[in-house]
Ligand binder design. Sequence first.
Ligand code: COS
Length: 386
Amino acid sequence: MKYELTEQQLMIRDLCRQIANEKIKPVRAHYDETGDFPHEILKVFAQSDLCGLYVEEKYGGLGGGVMDLSIAVEELSKICSGIALSLAATALGTFPIIIFGNEEQKQKYLPRIASGQSMAAFGLTEAHAGSDAGAIATTAKRDGDDYILNGTKQWITNGGEADIYTLIAKTNPAKGPRGASAFIIEKGMPGFTFGKKENKMGIRASATRELVFQDCRVPKANLLGKEGLGFIIAMKTLDMSRPGVAAQALGIAAGALDEAVKYSRERRQFGSAICSFQGVQFMLADMATQVEAARALIYQAARYIDSGAKDISKISAMCKLFASDTAMRVTTDAVQIFGGYGYMREYPVEKMMRDAKITQIYEGTNQIQREVIALNLIKEAAGKKE
Ligand code: COS
């Protein structure tokens, strides 16, 4: 299939494919087993100019957008979505600066991220505020030219490894979501420490950690946008980043499909390769069709976002929903095609199935995606003239 990719996008795809096969494949089982953070691979991403794909050239990036990032994440995730996630989660932490940062903030932080010198992370979720993002309890109290932050963020991807954190906290708790604001926080600021490192079912090569703020003093210059804009910043950031999760899910599904096709040609039962059995063929056909449909939707969403369109919530939620459900179905079927071997750690498909699950959960559960899609549909219908 041709996807009308630009020269730059074809280069990104081929480079990521090469890195995934040559550098990541030999070590993915090790990182999955140990849960260690793959610093050596992150260095390769930096040396290969992959950290600034979506950052403007004037800040040291390659000037691409969500589409370029999605292509990279898809390719890397075919081999290890846990390792690919470091790149996607840095984008999630960087989008608030790209969308809402002032010139000074962009000049200070984007070149560090684009060069790979610093990773970024996004801090929204808390123990009692997951789907209900407006219920966060972390506070930021104004004190002269500073804010004083108190609270704990939970399940933060790249937590502890990133140097730059975009964080949502309440500056006016009485105002609900309208009382939230967004800040740029740097590792090492007094009062900012890291809590529990999570031991996860999948994407084990990614770091997931608590961020703890105890009277952490943050200069006013680190406020993103204006006070009270935090919830909108979070929502717009998620609108832009969800295709990245979708691309991760697509990569997992496509990787599992490749493995299943290969295995079905090698594995013999009843005197024939199992790919000659219609029961297996029907499964492979459904898997391939779902993968292709997910790719079409993600590329459409990414290109629409990159076009500068404003009404991106619905398509962004749709591609995340569809691709992650696809990843779960396709990886489960891949394990089924491998049979007993698929359940064993020696084969890669059980890892893919474990990795797939989180894509239905993070950056908004698929139940939240359905709600976003439905609310936008209803809003569109209400705005239409009869
Ligand atoms: N873009 C811009 N503004 C948005 C928006 C978007 N995508 N989504 C909501 N808003 C605005 C609303 O228009 C509303 O503005 P007003 O105060 O002017 O009316 C405000 O934000 C509050 O919106 P709403 O009332 O819909 O908020 P809810 O508390 O009902 O929550 C959902 C809405 C469920 C969609 C939101 O909480 C959400 O996305 N939750 C999932 C969070 C998530 O993905 N967490 C994963 C962890 S982050 S990695």
